[in-house]
Design a protein around this ligand. Structure first.
Ligand SMILES: *Cc1c(COP(=O)(O)O)cnc(C)c1O
Length: 391
């Protein structure tokens, strides 16, 4: 779907300082060689199966299905080691880095989930790890900061700009320029300069490949609709990509709408943004008329990003994937519905995908099959949920 320069239609590319081109080219080369080798594939397979816990189950939801009038299925990425899909990507990039002869991983993190996944992979593969994190996020996410430190990573607070994820990515890219000989940047989502969007999609597509085969085996057919939440877009592209050629399968990505009040801060660049360049690629962005990046907001920290992976911008433009918007209150509702209804506490990110299904139940095919990617578990979100629900 993308050409040599890493474009997806009008989106993507590699807009970086000259000094960042060599490590990106080296990574691209490693994708063509090391990643294709049996040694890499076997070692990754072993890590995914015996360390991370793949394959993840496909869970049928009998109680919600009865209420909704169609069969609801969940792909259980919440059951993976560290509690979300992010470990698929972190292990894949860490293994690649080690086989490239690198000794250090760097990563950006916002809520801390990707930082924890990378620190985990680094500990397992005996690599050094440095995680860049906005100073504001360091204060907000003390549990994940502690996890990273316990896992042996160094956490570097970033004090520039809005002191959040966007600034952490810039700091990590800058650090990489001067440490490229021994370091690989383990990018956390399907965005960034080429080849990261393609690399991350390749590593996360295991989600959709497994789910597609599991649906055929369990339901005897492909789902009518597949739904995933979209932050930077890694769990969504991993889930949706293996269904792109299945023309009868409706594909839905769900962006975070914030409070839902008119003009509120949100994290819905495909629906509410415009094209521009951020973090080395062209994509849909939340920006003002002068191209200044707008602050984003979502109740779920993992969806709180002003951009989105370029392949999603493209799939939206060509109309292959529909991108909906779900606001905070709907996500909280879905969080409770799944918890009480099926005994599964979902991440607030994943709750957005479930909420889209609950909110659009009337339009979905009666008696059909609806597949939702449950990208992560909700234990990390209990503090936030407590604040909103007064428990
Ligand atoms: C980080 C995260 C997301 C959002 O990231 P994507 O790259 O869009 O997948 C979604 N769900 C969970 C559980 C997360 O931790």
């Amino acid at each position: 779907m993308n050409n040599k320069e890493g474009y997806f239609g009008n989106f993507g590319g590699r807009f970086v300082p000259e000094a960042l081109r060599p490590p990106l080219m080296e990574l691209e080369q490693a994708m063509d060689t090391i990643m294709q080798s049996p040694a890499y594939r076997d070692a990754l397979q072993d890590l995914l199966v015996n360390y991370a816990g793949r394959e993840t189950p496909l869970t049928f939801c009998p109680h919600l299905s009865e209420k909704l009038g169609f069969r609801l299925w969940l792909k259980r990425e919440d059951l993976l080691h560290t509690g979300a899909h992010k470990i698929n990507n972190a292990l894949g990039q860490a293994l690649l880095a080690r086989m490239m002869g690198k000794t250090r991983l760097i990563a950006e993190t916002g809520a801390g989930q990707h930082g924890v996944a990378t620190a985990t992979a680094a500990a397992r593969l005996k690599m050094d790890c440095t995680v860049f994190m906005g100073a504001e996020d360091v204060e907000r996410q003390s549990m994940n900061v502690m996890r990273m430190k316990l896992l042996g990573a160094e956490v570097v607070p970033v004090d520039s700009g809005s002191r959040t994820l966007k600034d952490a990515i810039n700091a990590a890219l800058r650090y990489w320029i001067s440490h490229q000989a021994d370091t690989l940047y383990c990018f956390g989502t399907a965005a960034g300069p080429h080849p990261f969007p393609t690399l991350v999609r390749q590593l996360q597509s295991v989600i959709g490949r497994e789910a597609r085969a599991q649906m055929l085996e369990r339901a005897g057919r492909l789902p009518d609709v597949v739904v995933a939440c979209v932050g930077g877009g890694s769990n969504a592209i991993g889930m949706l990509y293996p269904f792109v050629e299945d023309e009868d399968v409706r594909l839905v990505g769900v962006e975070a709408g914030g409070t839902g009040e008119p003009g509120c801060y949100n994290s819905a660049p495909i629906n509410l943004g415009s094209p521009g360049v951020l973090h080395g690629h062209v994509t849909m962005l939340l920006q003002d008329e002068d191209g200044q990046i707008q602050p984003s907001h979502s109740i779920s920290a993992g969806l709180d990003y002003p951009g989105v992976g370029p392949e999603h911008s493209h799939l939206a433009e060509i109309g292959r994937v529909h991108y909906g918007v779900v606001c905070d209150a709907s996500a909280l509702n879905a969080f409770q519905a799944l918890t009480r209804g099926e005994g599964i506490i979902p991440a607030l990110e994943s709750s957005h995908a479930v909420a889209w299904v609950l909110d659009h139940a009337e339009e979905l095919p009666k008696g059909g099959d609806v597949l939702v990617n449950l990208s992560g578990r909700g234990d990390k979100d209990l503090g936030i949920v407590k604040k909103y629900l007064n428990i």
